[in-house]
Ligand binder design. Structure first.
Ligand code: HEM
Length: 149
């Protein structure tokens, strides 16, 4: 009976970890790594954050899909964006696609060859994923009449 509030709570808790962690990374750790031209600063943060950040993203996706299906049970409507909540769900899915593609690109193409020279390329991807993580929150709060409603 209280499933929705519980899943919603887990969704928001995981959002604090995912978005908060990326803001700390983008505004404190990354500038330090770029100033020192030292990828190790970034990798040290990444290896700790990954342990909580990746499960948080997984919780986010599973709980998000469950919330979306409860709000708009017709999954086809998510892709035609035919009503306001379905439009917000479509935005969430687009943001998820950008996040996954950017993370895969960083993990497979840049991190294996990370050096002082390739650090700025990784920084661009970190900034993009951080911006998208904030947009996730902006779209999320709009379901209940936030800025985009
Ligand atoms: C890292 C990814 C994500 C973040 C940071 C995030 C964040 C948020 C936040 C902050 C809220 C608003 C809570 C409130 O109203 O107080 C929310 C709501 C919501 N999110 Fe996400 N979200 C993410 C991914 C997803 C995904 C992948 C989906 C699935 C399509 C999704 C579906 C929803 C839905 C349906 C709501 C509205 C629930 C309601 O108002 O009852 N989210 N999200």
């Amino acid at each position: 009976m209280h499933t929705y509030p519980l899943v919603f709570f887990l969704h928001v808790l995981a959002a604090t970890v995912w978005t908060g962690g990326h803001l700390v990374l983008a505004f404190t750790v990354l500038p330090r790594a770029l100033r020192a031209r030292d990828p190790e600063v970034l990798l040290a943060f990444e290896s700790g954050f990954e342990r909580i950040g990746m499960p948080a993203l997984l919780v986010q996706v599973v709980s998000g899909l469950w919330l979306a299906h409860t709000l708009v049970p017709d999954v086809a409507a998510w892709f035609t964006a035919s009503n306001p909540p379905a439009r917000l769900i479509a935005c969430k899915l687009a943001l998820l696609a950008i996040t996954v593609l950017t993370a895969l690109d960083a993990r497979l193409r840049i991190i294996p060859r990370l050096s002082a020279q390739t650090l700025p390329a990784l920084a661009h991807r970190v900034y993009l994923v951080t911006l998208v993580s904030v947009l996730f929150v902006l779209v999320g709060v709009s379901f209940r009449g936030g800025l985009l409603a």
